[in-house]
Each structure stands twice: as structure tokens, then as C-alpha cells.
Design a protein. Structure first.
Length: 459
């Protein structure tokens, strides 16, 4: 920049300063207004949009795939694509150190590379071109961050398209920028073609990407939800030994533990003397010497930290008289006179609460599973008699009414004991099962509603 140009710039600066605004209070006031607007926007987003809740972090959960926050997803994807490159993809420091350093260096050196004294965008084509490709690349890499680089069938087409759009085209564009830095028209054409190519290839990738089937994790956020979640988990993992209300003192019907004496876990001896962290450790680690297996994933069990916390919360608010429990929704809606219950609305929550603890795979249950509607109707060593539409002598109805099923071939031998073995079901629960089976075991509320609305046939 020659002295004449510097003199013109300084004179223009002085003129603008004389007629311009002051830093205090004019510029500061504008900055405060903008900051307040951003703050209000964040409050509104947090209030009405929010972010999805996630389960508590569990270091023992090997299925968890860590991911950065959204504003780093472009770099996360860039590193994934870089790893697919032959030869240099194995040299990690190039992508983690050299490439970011070069990018920051280019941004820092732009004012020294492009020395035009003009501020209008039409006179600053090179910096705008560099930033345009960078912004387009960041946006597209962020959008493609959920797309795998290799498809389930082993095809690398999607990964190749991503690599071209996210690495090769931007790299080629940056090289051409410095080749054509003095030619405005070529810079504009290069920027436009590069950005358009990146957008088309990225759109193709998103269109070809396989549908995501990741398992959604339900997180209980309110106290009521946590208690209900804990009760469901307790029903599956604990009811078999401790009963649905934690009152069992002698275990019954559990292979290997029949007749074992235990302290009722709903008693003050347990709830008053064991803190929540200690209760977590008992559930997570178990008590191997007493026959209680570990339930925490850290020790080879099935439950995450959040799930064990839910069980602890359920026990506290259900049985510890020092805690005031909130109002918990009913297990199933009450039946009207003559109404037929359905599996979806009535039977499923009952089975989940009282039956699945024993009637699931890898349990001693005569191969009778109850985790789905189909299993209830079609599994078991005595499938022909377990549940029969309209038959009050169905084995299921007999056992839940505390009638033992004897072996027809050996009349003195018990074939199926009462269910549940530890404590009888409540009368209203038994009534639901009876009305469900006697009405043909409807699966949905719509099917049950048809039965309820059908006129009674004339005698």
C-alpha cells in the first residue's frame, strides 16, 4: 500500500469519525440491546423448545457412542471422512493438528494476503469466497454427521460421496482461489461451482442415507414419572423374590432360593438404615452370597445408573413413611359394568407389574412367556389349557385364584402352583383377567369396545 493510498484512508477515517457515533454511550447501548435480544431468545428457546433429556452418564455402558455438541459435529464428521482416505488417513495428527492449524492460519493471514483498501463486498471477493466455502462445508458436514461412512451392506458409495463433498471439493476450491486471486470473475465462478457441487453431493448422500433405527431412551424427568419407571423396573427385576410390595420374608417359587428367609425390603429396618447410595450399590453389585445377582451394568447386569436410581426412588416414596408420595396414576382404568377389558389397556400393565418378573426368557416358568400378547396366547408347556377363550377353567384363571393345577398323569403331583407364588393378586386384578378371558381376550381397546357395545342376545 503506497503513501497516497494510506493518506486517503486516514482522511476518510477522520471524516467518518467526525460525523459518526461515539463508543460511549452509542455503541455500548447498541451492544446492550443486541445482548438483551439474544438473552431473551435463549430464554424462549429453553422454555418452549428445550433439549431432549438423556439418561445419566454410565461409564459401564459400552453401547453408548459419545458424540460432541452440535457446534463441533462438522469437525467430528471431517475426522471420520479423513479416516477413510487411503494412506494419509492413518496419520491422525494431520487432521487433528495440521489441518485446523492451516485453516486458522489462512483466516489470520487473509488481511495480509488481500490488501485491498476497499470495504465493499464486491471489492473483497477472495476473503468472501474463502469464507463462503468454509461456511457451506461446515453446514453440510453438520447435516451429514448422522450418516455412516459405510452402509450396512458394505457399500462405500455414500462414504465416497461424503468425502468428495466434504474434503476434495473444498480443498480443490481453496487451491484455485489462490491461483485466481487476481481474477474476480474466475473466483466467483469457482466459488459458485464448488458450493453447488458440495450441496448436490450432500443432498444425494442425505437422500441415499439409510433410515435411522436407533433405540430411543426414555428419560423420566418428573418425580411421578421416575416413581412409575422405578415401579415398572422393580416389577420386572425384583418382584420374583421380594413381591410386588417388598413384603416377602420367605422366598417362594424361585429356583435355587425356595424357602430362603430374607428381610422385607419395605421394612424400616431396611429403609431407615440404608442410604440411597448404599441401596444403589446393593442393587448394582447384588449380594452373591445371598443369591442376589448383580443388576448394574458395571457388574454385568442389565440396569443403567438412571434405572437403578428410579428403583430407589420408587422404594423410598412407596414404602418409606418419611417421604410424602405424590399421586400416582392407577395401574389400569376401572371397568364399567359389563365392559370388556383389552390387552393393550388393562392386561399389559398388569402383566408387566405382576407376571413378567417370572414369565420371561431364561426363567423357570414351564416355558410360558408373557412379554407380548402373542406369547400369552401361544407359549407354554401346557399351551392348550393355559388360556382358553370363554373357559373359566383355563389354567391362568385357576392359578391366579390360588387353585393348584395337579398333574393329570400323576394326580398326587403338583404341576403348576399358585400364581404369583409369593402373594395373591388383588381381587380387582383377578376380576380383570376373568372378564378378559371370558370375553375372548380382545387385544385392542377398539375390539373390546365392540364387545361392550354389542346388545345382549335375547334368551
Amino acid at each position: 500500500m503506497n503513501e497516497e493510498t494510506k493518506k486517503q484512508i486516514n482522511e476518510r477515517y477522520e471524516r467518518q469519525l467526525d460525523k459518526g457515533e461515539r463508543f460511549w454511550p452509542d455503541t455500548i447501548f447498541k451492544d446492550l440491546i443486541m445482548s438483551l435480544g439474544i438473552f431473551v431468545l435463549l430464554i424462549l428457546l429453553a422454555t418452549f423448545v428445550g433439549i431432549p433429556a438423556e439418561a445419566k452418564a454410565d461409564p459401564s455402558d459400552t453401547s453408548y457412542i459419545p458424540r460432541p455438541e452440535w457446534y463441533f459435529l462438522f469437525l467430528f464428521k471431517f475426522l471420520a471422512l479423513y479416516g477413510q482416505l487411503p494412506l494419509i488417513g492413518k496419520i491422525e495428527w494431520l487432521a487433528t493438528v495440521l489441518v485446523p492449524a492451516v485453516a486458522l492460519g489462512v483466516l489470520t493471514l487473509i488481511p495480509f494476503i488481500e490488501k485491498s483498501p476497499h470495504r465493499h463486498y464486491s471489492k473483497r471477493v477472495l476473503p468472501i469466497s474463502i469464507m463462503s466455502i468454509m461456511v457451506v462445508g461446515i453446514v453440510l458436514l453438520t447435516l451429514m454427521s448422522e450418516v455412516p461412512t459405510v452402509s450396512e451392506d458394505g457399500s462405500k458409495l455414500i462414504g465416497t460421496l461424503q468425502t468428495i463433498a466434504g474434503i476434495f471439493i473444498p480443498a480443490a476450491a481453496y487451491i484455485l482461489f489462490f491461483v485466481f486471486k487476481s481474477n474476480t470473475r474466475l473466483l466467483i465462478w469457482t466459488t459458485s461451482l464448488a458450493a453447488l457441487s458440495m450441496i448436490i453431493l450432500s443432498g444425494t448422500v442425505l437422500a441415499l442415507a439409510p433410515e435411522k433405527h436407533g433405540e430411543e431412551v426414555e428419560v423420566a424427568t418428573t418425580l411421578v414419572d421416575q416413581i412409575v419407571a422405578g415401579q415398572d423396573l422393580y416389577s420386572v427385576h425384583c418382584t420374583e423374590c421380594h413381591g410386588d410390595d417388598g413384603s416377602v420374608a420367605i422366598i417362594a417359587g424361585v429356583e435355587g432360593l425356595e424357602g430362603e428367609k430374607i428381610t422385607p425390603i419395605n421394612s424400616r429396618d431396611v429403609l431407615y438404615t440404608i442410604t440411597d447410595p448404599s441401596m444403589y450399590e446393593v442393587i448394582a453389585y447384588g449380594r452373591p452370597n445371598a443369591g442376589m445377582p448383580p443388576f448394574g451394568k458395571t457388574y454385568g447386569g442389565e440396569l443403567s445408573r438412571s434405572e437403578i436410581d428410579y428403583i430407589t426412588i420408587f422404594m423410598r416414596y412407596s414404602w418409606d413413611d418419611r417421604f410424602d408420595a405424590p399421586e400416582i396414576p392407577e395401574l389400569f382404568p376401572p371397568l364399567a359394568e359389563g365392559e370388556a377389558p383389552s390387552y393393550d389397556v388393562h392386561i399389559q400393565p398388569i402383566v408387566k407389574r405382576y407376571c413378567i418378573s417370572c414369565h420371561r426368557p431364561d426363567k423357570d416358568n414351564n416355558n410360558y412367556l408373557m412379554t407380548t400378547y402373542e406369547e400369552i396366547l401361544t407359549t407354554g408347556d401346557n399351551v392348550a389349557n393355559n388360556i382358553i377363550a370363554g373357559d373359566e377353567n383355563s389354567y391362568l384363571l385357576q392359578t391366579i385364584q390360588e387353585h393348584v393345577i395337579m398333574n393329570p398323569e400323576k394326580p398326587d403331583e403338583e404341576m403348576i402352583g399358585v400364581m404369583p407364588p409369593s402373594k395373591a393378586l388383588k381381587p380387582n386384578v383377578i376380576e380383570v383377567f376373568i372378564r378378559w378371558i371370558m370375553n375372548g381376550m380382545p387385544k385392542t381397546a377398539a375390539e373390546a369396545g365392540v364387545l361392550f357395545q354389542s346388545p345382549t342376545p335375547a334368551p
